[in-house]
Design a protein around this ligand. Structure first.
Ligand SMILES: NC(=O)c1ccc[n+]([C@@H]2O[C@H](COP(=O)([O-])OP(=O)(O)OC[C@H]3O[C@@H](n4cnc5c(N)ncnc54)[C@H](OP(=O)(O)O)[C@@H]3O)[C@@H](O)[C@H]2O)c1
Length: 406
């Protein structure tokens, strides 16, 4: 039998200098406890609790990879999950046969993005070794990344882009896996087949939008974005060809004047569904894909619903996040080639996780909110905060410089 504890001890010896708060120093707690932000019940921000007594997730199955988290980022799903959204479906996904001795999901760790370093691998993992710098999106049914360690299956993990810091890298995986799944699986787009496509992104200034604009431009598509007036500079800097300010009156009037679209990616939902289908090219396989799906909500109350239909020769589909390490490998190449930039709006130290949630809940995101989990990133964060700088300003400056050069 493989001694995962012995291997873990070896792996950790190499990284012990970087381990925080002496968690691994006590023989009685060796490799068993870690620090994490957890919830023990669903609710508002008050339910978030910091604990140093959370069981560390070891690589206990042959295909698992244990990662020391350097940085995590938040998504709207974290706020929703904190409130209990999707609890029923996610519980079913964690334990489909209802056989687990402990049927409680608590203590639950939120956080869907990780950038960090591999500390241990299961016996069948061939693509990673301890010490590798990796990034990944953590599936919502797994324990999250607002913790010192997270353990994932190898196919969910990818080598992080070399050109990015952990803080920057943590801003990308979940929105990238969502955008790729929506555009490729639901939308039928692909890298070499997008150059003659007209795409509309409804809600271009947030996490998914700022990533999608860049991906679609890297693929050669023509991209139109709806966003607030004060986000126009950002999305144009990221490559958007046309921008419609939805706060300046009826956006549909401007959109109706434009040539119709091959694909619409909707990150706003609600009343947009009423008019968006009419903006698609009829009888040409055009698709409307909404990320604002009622799946988790409906499953909480009544079971699963169909998320696909066709009308007037255009398709209506739901788009979903899907775990996919190989897809992140492709994104990594685009990042290292300078075609996709991280858009980090705000960053918080590990002891400021409630403030990070508060920032997210205030809305009006311009890219991503990142949490620095490991010490070196914490120090970087403090310096940045002290200097009154944020990576958003850095990113935006970089984006504008890149745009000017092109
Ligand atoms: N189905 C899935 O698997 C999945 C996965 C990821 C995300 N999502 C969902 O997709 C949506 C977008 O995610 P995200 O991470 O990009 O969210 P986000 O970072 O919070 O960004 C939302 C953006 O939309 C803008 N916005 C709000 N109302 C708008 C409107 N009427 N028209 C145009 N822009 C508008 C906001 O800025 P202003 O308010 O300042 O305009 C903000 O920049 C969220 O609802 C999220 O829950 C679903």
């Amino acid at each position: 039998q493989r001694s995962c504890h012995r291997r873990l001890l070896c792996a950790l010896t190499a990284t012990a200098a970087g381990v925080r708060r002496g968690v691994w120093s006590s023989a009685s707690r060796l490799q068993s406890c870690m620090s994490a932000w957890v919830i023990d019940q669903y609710g508002t921000n008050e339910v978030l609790k910091f604990s140093e007594e959370i069981t560390a997730p070891t690589a206990s199955s042959p295909t698992e990879v244990m990662i020391r988290v350097h940085a995590a980022s938040l998504n709207p799903l974290d706020v929703s999950m904190r409130g209990g959204y999707g609890a029923k479906l996610l519980k079913l996904r964690r334990d489909p046969m209802c056989v687990m001795a402990n049927d409680s999901e608590f203590p639950l760790i939120l956080g869907r993005d990780v950038s960090g370093v591999v500390v241990d691998c299961g016996s069948q993992v061939t693509h990673f070794v301890p010490g590798d710098e990796v990034w990944a999106a953590v599936p919502p049914w797994k324990q999250g990344s607002l913790a010192e360690f997270v353990t994932l299956t190898d196919y969910e993990v990818s080598h992080k882009p070399k050109s990015l810091s952990h803080t920057e890298a943590a801003s990308i995986p979940y929105v990238a896996n969502t955008a790729l799944s929506a555009l490729v699986n639901a939308g039928g787009l692909y890298r070499d087949g997008a150059s003659n496509k007209r795409v509309l992104i409804i809600g271009g200034s947030g996490g998914v939008g700022t990533f999608s604009v860049q991906l679609l431009k890297a693929w050669g598509a023509h991209v139109t974005v709806t966003c607030s007036q004060n986000a126009e500079g950002l999305v144009r800097g990221l490559g958007a060809d046309e921008v419609v300010d939805y706060t300046a009156g009826d956006a549909t009037e401007q959109l109706k004047e434009m040539e119709k679209f091959d694909l619409i990616l909707d990150g706003v939902g609600g009343e947009t569904e009423q008019w968006a289908m009419g903006m698609l090219k009829p009888w040409s396989g055009a698709k409307y894909i909404t990320l604002v799906t009622p799946l988790l909500l409906n499953t909480d109350s009544m079971g699963l619903l169909q998320g696909s239909m066709i009308s007037s020769g255009v398709f209506y589909r739901w788009g979903f996040y899907a775990p996919d390490g190989p897809a992140l490998d492709e994104v990594s190449k685009l990042v290292d080639a300078g075609k996709i930039l991280p858009v980090v709006e705000a960053q918080f130290a590990f002891d400021q996780v409630p403030q990070a949630f508060q920032k997210l809940e205030e809305g009006h995101a311009r890219g991503k909110t990142v949490v620095m989990v490991a010490e070196e990133d914490d120090r970087e964060s403090e310096e940045l905060v002290q200097n009154g700088r944020t990576e958003a300003a850095e990113s935006e400056r970089h984006v504008h410089q890149t745009a000017e050069q092109n």
